[in-house]
Design a protein around this ligand. Sequence first.
Ligand code: C5P
Length: 300
Amino acid sequence: MTAPSPAGVAIDAPAKLNLGLEIVGRRADGYHDLVTIFQAISIQDRLRLSPDPEPGLRLTCDDPSLADDNLARAALVALRRRTGTTAGATLRIEKGIPVAAGLGGASSDAAAALLAGRRLWGSPLPDDALADLAAEIGSDAPFFLRGGTALASGRGERLTPLPPLGGTWFVVVSPRIVLPRKTAALYAALRSDDFSNGDAVRRQAARLRAGSGLDPDLLGNAFRRPLAGLRPDLASLPETMRAAGAGAIGLSGAGPSHYAVVGDPEEADRLATRLAARLGAAVAVAVAAPWPDPPRPRPA
Ligand code: C5P
């Protein structure tokens, strides 16, 4: 039983990167089985859930495009239905994570909202019930309840924690483009030769367990070909990143965010500066570190 926190709850919601992503099969329920490593990173959204004398749920967001269609709202509605809570509340979201960029922002907000709601309303809902609610909201939402580094399979909801990733920084490059129904469209564009057996990602996971660091050759992502098919203008981005000095490059989720893996924070800053100068306003460039801590609700 978690004690209620009547003055309101604040929580930070981290973005994620996929350190390799393989699609291993198509399922009868319309989803796909995948094998991936999720890595939470220091790019974050900030949420605040406050009690309200008005019954019902309100949401405000500094990005007005997210004020209505929002997975965090869906998560709180599901939590309130599951626990029978009717108390009034307002959820405020401050976005720091680029939207619809393959960085998991919407799912992370949903998971953080569940943790905040459970705390604010003093619900005894156990972690596995919260994970079931999260999985109904989005395939990668359960990961964000714990964050850190994890090997994921199934739809993305079967999780095995991995040790924290040290000595690694990321330069995250997010093209400012809108791909309508991106995730569903990219899954639908997969061809049989985009499928693989999950071995590369599992080998990467074994390296991380052994403390051997990331192998750049095991960062492949099944969405690379379909994304380039849908947006040929993105196909040259890895080359541009390489020309700016990036070594190991990965694609996060179904894109369009790409990242460079860098072993030194100052070199990461320099690479980010060069990339921002080369790519201009068409992309957001940010330096991020692995974020090992689970999201924790705190008094607001
Ligand atoms: O679970 P989520 O809402 O993120 O999925 C969005 C869409 O992406 C699904 O409706 C499905 O078409 C596709 N998807 C999939 N296999 C997954 C995850 C998502 O086919 N593992």
